[in-house]
Every structure is written in structure tokens, then in C-alpha cells.
Design a protein around this ligand. Structure first.
Ligand code: ATP
Length: 485
């Protein structure tokens, strides 16, 4: 059975729109770039991923608890975290087209072009240069020098007419309260959810009866005014993160970091992602932030190349120490067992929910030839599928409709299902294949006497005849035993 894999995001973008997974924000007004809305199928998929993550963090670990912090936070938080000073991307403008680019990304693209041309030696040399582009201070000058020396042209206009490289802060700023608009009222939309966890660390310690090591998990929106955001939900200006900060005794951090890195890779596999499309990419030691003791990306092989879906970081005691200094409040923990005080180290797992949705969609997408015909199918893990079963009367006639409605009512107790009686049965199967629905239940005249129905499986299109009373059990067993093929 021939299978087509994706070489760009185009098919996912168009399926997302046509089937109601993801729409561009404010589309009727021409859209708002890098902001997206989830449609009826998309919101179910997203919620199923959220629930799977939440369960993997809080439900199965008795030492991980959740919080849901507000998006607005005291402005001092972002001074303490270093975001006001350093959450920047280096940008450069093409003076002719007035388009803005990320200087480091321009160089990355140039390196890829060199590789395509077979000039690996030059590509390696530039990559090395890029990896060692000095301190944050000298970064702009270093990147500008590379762009000038290599005569890198603008991808859109082809011009070689650049501004200087400047740092651009990615935080969205607004004014808080209705009185005046001066610098005192400035407030930021949070660029990450993590700080909401750090500033609640003491509250959780005091109320949740947890002891180091323990974790705090959170799912929520984050906002970044990304310089370049043209890759669908991969890079958005408003997106969602699922983060867990694990507070550990200093000295145990390396072991915990290794453990979480593996645990998180396994979680991605448990979402039905093909293992060959996942890898761990450790950050080189000389690229780590000054406080970071280790960091790695979990990368997925998106149609746009290997890219980060999750970051795992050993952040030392940096964040809690900063908040201790800026707030004047003690962040120490008294370890009863060891009879000593310390500021815990933090191992962080930070995954983008929207990037996970995109990964899940890309990995599930198949085009297959079936008896000279073609079908598009999303082979989603059934536990993530937005609709678990389609329920069809073979034709629009009683008593088939009545029995189908009854099955729908029974299944609804446990699953999201869809009743559909319009169009040929083949068309109805195809519609559900595209929506990723793993099971279709068809009620026909043959089954009326012995109360049986046909269950059709999305992945191999096989059909079984089962008792109508057993469908819930069959679906439950199938979800449990499903594995990616
Ligand atoms: P990148 O290098 O791709 O910009 P990052 O290293 O800045 O990502 P983190 O700050 O580690 O990302 O954020 C954790 C996770 O949040 C990322 O792994 C990613 O899944 C998600 N994320 C970050 N920025 C965006 C964005 N603009 N749109 C969608 N998801 C994002």
C-alpha cells in the first residue's frame, strides 16, 4: 500500500482548515499573522493531548501537583527572571522590501544552501562560527559580520541592502489600570508559564504537604512577539505551554535531569509518534545560558526539518535565587531528613502544546492507495483522536436509524462520537479517515435479528461483526492495545 509522507506543511495546513482542526485567527478580516484558532476537531485533539500530559505529570506522580497561575504578573518578576534585560532575538531589516528577519536564521538558511550545493567544508566552518557567536553583547556585531562577509541576500527581494543587526525584546508590553500611561504601569504578557510556578513555589510548599524532590505542573498561554513567524502553529505569537518544574536537592540534579529527559522522550512515543521521527539534541556546553548546567531539546522531524518540540533544562538554583534577591523573601527549603537548608535546584520540562498538536498531525498523516483509489487518513493514536467512533445507519431508514441512535447514546457516556447518515457509506468512512476517527460502527439489516453491527477499523480498513452490546468494550480494548504502524 503506497504511503506518501509530507515534504512541507501545506497539506496539514489545508486539511486543518477543511476539516476544522485549526483556522487562522480573525480570518474574515484577512487574518492575524502567527495567531491561530482551534476548530471543533482541533480543540478535542488539543484537549486530549493536554489531558494525557496532565495525567502523566500529576495523576501518576504523587509528588507532582498542579497550579494555574495568572497571565499577568508583577513586572518585577520579569526583571528577576532576566527577561526584561535579555529575552531578545537579533533582528535585521531588508531596507528594500522593509521585511524583517532573524539574523541567526538567515545564516542558518545560508548554511543549508551551502550543504545543498555540497560545500560542507564552508558550511561546517560557518556553523562553528555561528555556535560561538560571542557573548550576548557582541552577538549583533558578530552576526552582522557574517552576513556581510558571506554576502547573504534577502530571501524575498534578493537585495543585499541590510540595516544593522539589533536586539528585539520578544515580550508584549501593555499598560495596567486605567489611570495614566507611564513607565510605572507597564505590564507584560508572560512569555513563558514557568515564572508562575517559581513565584508560587513557597505557597505550594506551605500548603500541599510536598517534600523535595517534588514538582509543580502547569498548562497555560504564553506570548512572544516573534520576529519571524511563518510556520503555521510551529511558531506563534500566542501559544500554549505545558511546563513542569521539578525541585531537587543540589547534587541530585544531574540524575534527575537524565531521568526526566528519558521520561519525556517516552511520553512522546506514547502519543503514537514513530520513534524514528524523534531524537534528543543536547545543547553544546558553550551555548548554555550561564546558569544552566545542562539542556537538551526533544526534536521531531517536522516537514520543515528536525525542530524542537520540548526543552529539558537543568536550571540550577538560578530562578529561586533571583526571586529571593528581587523579592527579599527567603526561598530556602529546610530538608528534614538531611537537617539542612538549601535553595533547591530545578529540572524543567517545557513542551509546546501547539507544536505537539502539529507533531501529532504530521506524524499521523498518510495518503494511501486503496484498490486504485486514494485515501487521506490520519492514523492518530485512538486515545488522542477527536472523535472515537462514527455511528452510521447503512441507509436513512428505520429501524436502522433507531438502533444507530441507541448505540450513539450508549457510547456517548464514555466517548466523543458522531452520528452520520448522509452520503454513501464509503464517503462516510473517508470523511472519518480524514478526521482520524479510529472506529466506525455501521448498522445494517443483517444485524437486526441477532443485534450485531459492523465495526470498521481506520488503520487497516478491516471489518468485524460484533454484538451491539459489546462495542464499548471492543473500543476500550482497541485503544489500550493500539500501536503505531
Ligand atoms: P525556539 O528555539 O524554537 O524559539 P525556545 O527554545 O525559545 O524555542 P522554550 O523557551 O524552551 O523555546 O519554550 C519551550 C517550548 O515552548 C518549546 O519547546 C516550544 O515547543 C514552545 N514554544 C516556544 N516558542 C513558541 C512559539 N513561538 N510558538 C509555539 N510554540 C513555542
Amino acid at each position: 500500500m503506497p504511503v506518501t509522507h509530507l515534504d512541507s506543511l501545506d497539506k496539514i495546513v489545508s486539511l486543518s482548515k477543511s476539516r476544522g482542526f485549526i483556522f487562522q485567527s480573525s480570518e474574515v478580516y484577512g487574518g492575524l499573522s502567527a495567531v491561530y484558532d482551534y476548530g471543533p476537531l482541533g480543540v478535542e485533539l488539543k484537549r486530549n493531548i493536554q489531558s494525557a500530559w496532565w495525567k502523566a505529570m500529576t495523576q501518576v506522580h504523587d509528588n507532582i501537583v498542579g497550579v494555574d497561575a495568572a497571565i499577568f504578573m508583577h513586572p518585577k518578576v520579569w526583571e528577576a527572571s532576566g527577561h526584561v534585560e535579555g529575552f531578545n532575538d537579533p533582528m535585521i531589516d531588508d531596507k528594500q522590501s522593509k521585511k524583517r528577519y532573524r539574523a541567526d536564521m538567515l545564516i542558518e538558511q545560508h548554511i543549508l544552501k551551502l550543504r545543498d550545493k555540497g560545500d560542507d567544508e564552508k558550511a561546517d566552518e560557518l556553523q562553528q562560527q555561528l555556535n560561538t557567536t560571542g557573548t550576548r553583547k557582541g552577538l549583533c556585531e558578530d552576526l552582522y559580520d557574517i552576513i556581510m562577509t558571506e554576502e547573504i541576500r534577502s530571501p524575498d527581494s534578493g537585495a543585499f541592502d541590510w540595516t544593522e543587526v539589533r536586539q528585539f525584546n520578544l515580550m508584549f508590553k501593555t499598560h495596567y489600570g486605567a489611570v495614566t500611561k507611564d513607565e510605572d504601569d507597564v505590564i507584560y504578557l508572560r512569555p513563558e508559564t514557568a515564572q508562575g510556578i517559581f513565584v508560587n513555589y513557597k505557597n505550594v510548599l506551605d500548603t500541599a504537604r510536598v517534600q523535595v524532590p517534588f514538582g509543580i505542573a502547569q498548562i497555560g498561554k504564553a506570548f512572544r512577539n516573534e520576529v519571524v513567524a511563518r510556520q503555521f502553529v510551529f511558531r506563534m505569537r500566542e501559544f500554549e505551554q505545558m511546563e513542569m518544574q521539578y525541585f531537587v536537592e543540589p547534587g541530585t540534579d544531574e540524575e534527575e535531569y537524565d531521568k526526566w529527559l528519558q521520561a519525556r522522550l517516552n511520553w512522546h512515543k506514547s502519543m503514537g509518534i514513530r520513534p524514528d521521527n524523534l531524537r534528543i539534541a543536547p545543547h553544546p556546553k558553550d551555548k548554555l545560558a550561564h546558569y544552566a548546567r545542562a539542556a537538551a531539546d526533544i526534536q521531531y522531524k517536522y516537514p520543515i526539518g528536525w525542530q524542537e518540540v520540548e526543552g529539558i533544562h537543568n536550571r540550577s538554583d538560578f530562578d529561586l535565587s533571583q526571586h529571593q534577591e528581587y523579592s527579599g523573601k527567603k526561598m530556602e527549603y529546610f530538608d528534614q531528613k538531611l537537617q539542612k537548608r538549601y535553595i533547591p535546584y530545578v529540572v524543567e520540562t517545557s513542551v509546546g502544546l501547539d507544536r505537539t498538536v502539529l507533531m501529532v498531525l504530521c506524524d499521523a498523516y498518510r495518503e494511501e492507495e486503496v484498490d486504485g483509489d486514494s485515501r487521506t487518513v490520519l492514523k492518530l493514536h485512538p486515545k488522542l483522536a477527536p472523535t472515537k467512533a462514527g455511528i452510521f445507519p447503512l441507509i436513512k431508514k428505520e429501524p436502522l436509524q433507531e438502533l444507530a441512535r441507541k448505540i450513539e447514546t450508549d457510547l456517548k457516556e464514555e466517548y466523543t462520537v458522531l452520528y452520520d447518515e448522509s452520503g454513501s457509506i464509503g464517503k462516510r468512512y473517508r470523511r472519518q479517515d480524514e478526521a482520524g476517527t479510529p472506529f466506525c460502527v455501521t448498522v445494517d439489516f443483517d444485524g437486526l435479528d441477532d443485534n450485531t453491527v459492523t465495526i470498521r477499523y481506520r488503520d487497516d480498513m478491516k471489518q468485524d461483526r460484533v454484538s451491539a452490546d459489546k462495542i464499548t468494550d471492543v473500543i476500550r480494548d482497541e485503544i489500550k492495545s493500539w500501536s503505531v504502524k
